[in-house]
Design a protein around this ligand. Structure first.
Ligand code: 5GP
Ligand code: MG
Length: 182
């Protein structure tokens, strides 16, 4: 745990709101085309992915006919580094059985969350499991799950905004910003 951080609202964003909405719109087109006629289950990882998911949902073609489910995947504590132990809550097994599941995640870092979540969804009998991640951190971890859809690749920095928090703060920012220890 670090005691203080710089103010992320000072200075320029790493990714601005216009870039995000343009990219989310492209992802919506791609996902609508790939899942045509399959009525996918969009599995939203709380809390971080809720802003990305709500924008992405509204970029899907109406005939995509998605179902929306939530899962809580959290590591303990408010550290800016992963704290080690992972907790997964949800989804209800019947909601994903025999379904084409697309996990919506805010950011792929070590890959621990998505590795565990993908395994759980397979165990529950999903027909397919893919990942859409708004952000993917540039990290040399070969065994990380590979998202089928990626918003942006970013350097190995800690970011907040557009749903992503530090100690539950900054989720409301419309863009993605770097948080640094002073
Ligand atoms: P992983 O399991 O891939 O290491 O971590 C993924 C989760 O850790 C993300 O869903 C997110 O909750 C958190 N996380 C990883 N990197 C960042 C970051 O740069 N900023 C924020 N706010 N959360 C992060
Ligand atoms: Mg998360």
């Amino acid at each position: 745990m670090i005691g203080a951080v710089t103010d992320p609202t000072a200075g320029e964003p790493l990714i601005d709101a216009g870039q995000i909405s343009a990219r989310v719109s492209e992802l919506g087109d791609e996902i609508s085309a790939d899942y045509e006629g399959r009525a996918p289950v969009l599995l939203i990882t709380l809390k971080g992915a809720f802003v990305f998911a709500s924008d992405l949902l509204r970029e899907l073609r109406p005939d995509t006919d998605p179902r929306v489910e939530f899962v809580r995947a959290s590591s303990y504590g408010d550290d800016i580094v992963s704290s080690g132990s992972l907790r997964l809550v949800g989804p209800d097994p019947p909601s994903v059985h025999d379904q084409d599941v697309l996990i919506l995640e805010d950011i792929l870092d070590t890959g621990r969350t998505l590795t565990a979540l993908k395994a759980r969804i397979r165990t529950l009998g999903a027909r397919s499991v893919e990942i859409a991640a708004l952000l993917v951190k540039d990290r040399p971890i070969p065994e990380r799950p590979r998202p089928r859809y990626v918003g942006f690749h970013i350097p190995d920095v800690f970011v907040v905004g557009y749903g992503l928090d530090y100690a539950q703060r900054y989720r409301h920012l419309p863009d993605v910003r770097v948080l640094e220890a002073p």
